[in-house]
Structure formats: structure tokens, C-alpha cells
Design a protein. Structure first.
Lengths: 405, 141
């Protein structure tokens, strides 16, 4: 089936509206994506037909809900090519996935050890590790970037040492759009027996994710950045690692046996899913990924790469505008600054013209500081964006810049 | 002029604009025209938190009235803060504390009053009120 963007857009009623009297151009997909009808319908169906608590009821509905919830887990596991369904833990999102591993990692890090991250991480993949270091007396090391926004792999190599207990890095930068060579990096880390945690928040909707091919030890992503519902996310972990880590939260299905003297915990994946899980969210995420699969990741990549290249060319015609992030492999993210003009002024005027983008530090303050900016404008592309929207955006930026000069 | 009269004056000026472009062009102009803040006040201490753009706000108290000066690295933010200064500067702490800010909504800047809004108008208003309260307490000592 040919990639038909107009047909795809019909699945997203939210896109068909006016903001400030102008047709909405939604280019804040890096913050959250819109949800297609099938995802919304899956939530409605669940609450209309199946809602029940999972894993415990002796009754029919509970069995159905459990089957569907575990069905979503299996489906998602096979989508990311996990070896086992139980290696997929449902969380609230990427941030919770990072926190889960960071909080469970105390026993693997001693005073004087190191945890390695990179300059292009967003706060959710910095602060939990920083807290781990503070609790354990380890130190946080940071891999440098080159001038294009690519990771400096020599620096990475130099910072992988016998003291390094974990490497955590983004698959794709939320500010620069750089796609990191995860497979190669995992190889470098594994050569020294260092486990690798990959933050896939910006990757899951924009590129192929094959956790066995990358061979990463952990992979995290959010449902809402991949056309799924808010409040659901995934932590993938290799079974060995997940078995080694202690539970993160306690209560509910994760318990095998409780007495007031001692509690034993159940096995994967329930060990990490305390309390009643977000069943509807898991089903919505399954629906979202099925939606993506039906369109096909290859056509999505081709479409988004085309738009990114076209929009970059259009924006670069504007005098004084500089695209931030020129990594060799880049996707879906188009950040820029304009000489002498503040990002927030551009954002305010674009909003008046119906163009939704984000400005500021994008929850990646250390990176923005390192690049020497007080904020950048960021347009992020989704599968439903069109070439004519890129024209509207570029024209709006041009108009804003002319007004502000 | 009272604060209310000055607010009415601003409302009258903005009522002449037919579309958003004219309005923002005017705010940009106001921003560019705002007298530069004395360099000694462009410090971390005068920086208002909660703004995506940096805003420096200084208040001085003289003979019963507060004089406000401000600067920002974003020009629309500067235009908005210049409206606040025009309306509030030169008035007593009590007058400032009893002023309402409905005029910002009337001139169509309601969006900017949302607490999450990047330009931090809410933070600016709060900071001015904080200065007024401090000077008010000081004047009673």
C-alpha cells in the first residue's frame, strides 16, 4: 500500500481544527504525538466491554482482561524483538522506566564507581542516574559531542573503564535528532562487560527498534510519543538483568507470599508491576503499534526523512537562521536558532499563526548550555505531517523573524 | 493618572488593532523602546524565575512610590513588561497591591496569563506584587 498522508490524517480528528483562526500545524510530536481513532477506540472498547482487574478474578471478564493485557505484552515484545514476553515490563513511561532501573541498581554500584551518560541526554536520563550516584558515592561521567551533534566515540571509548558500572544513553536525541549508533556502542561497552540502558523515547515512533540486534540490556519508551495513550510505557530488560534487580515498588500482583515476618516476590514480569496495572493503556499502546506496523516503518522513515530534508532547506533560506544539530544520521527533529532573536518570541508568533512547536531548553538544559544557547526553537515531525505544512511552518518562521527584526 | 486610568488608556490603544499582527508588532515596538535597565541590575538576583526568556526586574522605593525598571532578552516579553511598568511604576505600594490585571485579558493577552506560559507574565506580576508588599511593610516600620 502506498503511503498516503491524507488518508492517514483522517485517522487523527484532532489535526482538523483551527488555532487562532488558522489551520493547526502540529509540529510538537517530540513532546507528544496525536492518537489515531483505532487507539481511542481500543480504550473505549476496553471500558465498554472488558474492564476488570487482571490476574486475580475467577470470573470471565477478569480472564478476558488478563488475556488482552498479556496479549499486548506479547505483541509489543515481538514488535521490539524481545526474546521473551516477560522481558517487557509495563511502566508509566520512559521516565518511570529509567527510574525503575536506576532505583534498583544500588546493589551494583559502589563508592568510587562510575555511571556513564552522554551530553545529549534529556533530564529523565540524567537525574535518576545522578541520584543513584549520590546514594552510592559513585560519580557521573559524561561523553562529549562533536560540533555536529554526533557522540564523540573516542571519548566514549576512553570513558569506558573498569569503574564504569552502566552506560545510559538516548537512541535519538530529543533536541538534535542525532541517531546514535547503538549497536556499535553496545559492542564497545559489552567488550568491557558494561551493561547499556537505551532511552528510546524519541526513537520508537521514528525508526526500527530491535533489542536483540542492538543487544542493549535495557530499552525504555513511552506510549504517548508513539501515537499511543498517555500514562503507559515500556521497560525492556534482558531476563538475566531483570532477575538480578530487586523490585522497585511493592504491592499487588508482584507478591508471591506475604506474612507479617517476610514477603516473597513473584517472577517476571510481575515482579516490577506493583499495584493494578494500566490495562487500557497497554491495549492502547498495542493498537498504536499495530497502526504503525500497518503503515510500515520503512515508508514512515522515508516520509519523515523527506519532510525533514525539505523543511531544513526551506528554513535555511532565512537569513541568520541556523539549524542546530547536523548529525550524519538524524531524524524527525528540526531545532534552530535565529541570530539576535529569542526562541520564545518566535514560539509566541508561530502560535498566533497556528503552528505548534516548542521553544526553550527541551528538558535538556545541560545540552542547551553546552551548545551556548538560551533556548532553541524545535519542530518535531510525525507521520501525519505534510510537505505543505512544512511550507506553512517555514513561511510562519520567516514572517515572525521579519516582525522581530 | 491612576492605575485604572492608565489601564484604560492601554485598552483604548489596543482596541485600534484589527489583527494579531498589528498587536504583536506594537508589543515588539514597545519592547524595543523600553529604556535599558541599569547594568548593575542585570544580575542573577534580579532575574525572575519561571520565565523561559530571561527577565530582570528592579524596583526602587522613593518618597512613597515605587519605580520599576526591567529588561528581557526576548522582545515580546520586554513589550509586555513595559506595559506593566507603564501602568504600575510611580505608584504607591498600596495602589499596586490593590490593582487588578484584567486589562491584560481585555487587550487579548489572556493566553500569556496562563501559569505555564513561557514568557512568565504571571511571574512578573507576582514579583512586582512581592516588591510592593515588601516596600509596604518597610514603610510601616
Amino acid at each position: 500500500m502506498a503511503f498516503d498522508v491524507e488518508n492517514i490524517r483522517r485517522a487523527f480528528p484532532i489535526l482538523n481544527q483551527e488555532i487562532n483562526g488558522k489551520a493547526l500545524v502540529y509540529l510538537d510530536n517530540g513532546a507528544t504525538t496525536q492518537k489515531p481513532d483505532v487507539v481511542v477506540q481500543s480504550l473505549v472498547d476496553y471500558y465498554h466491554k472488558t474492564n476488570s482487574n487482571v490476574h486475580r478474578g475467577a470470573h470471565r471478564l477478569s480472564q478476558l482482561a488478563t488475556e488482552q493485557y498479556e496479549g499486548a505484552r506479547s505483541y509489543i515484545a515481538s514488535y521490539i524483538n524481545a526474546a521473551q514476553a516477560r522481558e517487557v515490563i509495563f511502566t508509566r513511561g520512559t521516565s518511570e522506566s529509567v527510574n525503575l532501573v536506576a532505583n534498583s541498581f544500588d546493589g551494583f554500584v559502589d563508592a568510587g564507581d562510575q555511571v556513564l551518560i552522554t551530553t545529549l541526554e534529556h533530564h529523565s536520563n540524567i537525574v535518576p542516574w545522578q541520584q543513584l550516584c549520590e546514594r552510592t558515592g559513585a560519580s557521573l561521567q559524561v561523553v562529549a559531542l562533536d560540533e555536529n551533534g554526533d557522540l564523540d566515540l573516542q571519548d566514549l571509548q576512553a570513558k569506558l573503564s573498569e569503574k564504569t558500572k552502566l552506560l545510559a544513553l538516548a537512541h535519538i536525541s530529543n533536541v538534535l535528532g542525532s541517531i546514535n549508533p547503538i549497536k556499535q556502542i553496545v559492542g564497545m561497552a559489552h567488550a568491557r562487560d558494561i551493561p547499556v540502558f537505551v532511552d528510546g523515547a524519541q526513537a520508537i515512533a521514528h525508526t526500527h527498534v530491535d533489542v536483540q540486534d542492538m543487544d542493549c540490556d535495557f530499552y525504555a519508551f513511552s506510549g504517548h510519543k508513539t501515537y499511543g495513550p498517555m500514562g503507559i510505557g515500556v521497560l525492556y530488560g534482558k531476563e538475566d538483568w531483570l532477575n538480578k534487580l530487586p523490585p522497585y515498588q511493592f504491592g499487588g500482583e508482584m507478591i508471591a507470599h506475604v506474612s507479617f515476618e517476610k514477603t516473597s516476590f513473584t517472577t517476571l514480569p510481575y515482579k516490577f508491576e506493583a499495584g493494578t496495572p494500566n490495562v487500557s493503556g497497554a491495549l492502547g499502546l498495542e493498537a498504536a503499534i499495530r497502526f504503525i506496523e500497518e503503515i510500515g516503518m520503512e515508508p514512515i522513515i522515508a516520509h519523515e526523512d523527506n519532510l525533514l530534508e525539505y523543511a531544513t532547506d526551506q528554513l535555511e533560506k532565512i537569513e541568520g537562521l541556523q539549524v542546530v544539530g547536523k548529525a550524519a544520521h538524524k531524524t524527525a527533529v528540526l531545532s534552530f536558532v535565529v541570530e539576535g532573536i529569542h526562541a520564545s518570541d518566535i514560539g509566541t508568533l508561530l502560535d498566533q499563526m497556528g503552528v505548534a512547536i516548542r521553544t526553550g531548553n527541551h528538558c535538556a538544559q545541560p545540552l542547551i548550555d553546552k551548545l551556548g544557547y538560551h533556548g532553541v526553537v524545535r519542530a518535531t515531525i510525525g507521520l501525519y505531517n505534510t510537505k505543505s505544512e512544512m511550507d506553512v511552518m517555514a513561511e510562519a518562521v520567516n514572517k515572525a523573524v521579519n516582525m522581530l527584526r | 493618572m491612576t492605575i485604572a486610568e492608565k489601564q484604560q488608556e492601554v485598552i483604548n490603544e489596543f482596541s485600534m488593532f484589527d489583527d494579531w499582527m498589528d498587536k504583536y508588532a506594537y508589543l515588539i515596538e514597545l519592547g524595543k523602546d523600553l529604556p535599558v535597565i541599569d547594568d548593575q541590575y542585570r544580575t542573577e538576583q534580579q532575574l525572575i524565575s519561571g520565565c523561559q526568556s530571561r527577565v530582570w526586574l528592579h524596583a526602587a522605593y522613593h518618597d512613597g512610590s515605587i519605580k520599576l525598571t526591567a529588561d528581557s532578552d526576548a522582545v515580546i516579553t520586554k513589550g509586555i513588561v513595559s506595559l506593566l511598568i507603564r501602568v504600575l511604576s510611580g505608584h504607591s505600594p498600596q495602589e499596586i497591591l490593590s490593582a487588578d490585571f484584567d486589562f491584560l485579558e481585555t487587550i487579548g493577552l489572556k493566553d500569556h496569563l496562563s501559569p505555564t506560559r513561557a514568557n512568565g507574565l504571571v511571574s512578573m506580576v507576582k514579583q512586582i506584587q512581592l516588591y510592593a508588599r515588601a516596600f509596604h511593610l518597610k514603610s510601616m516600620q
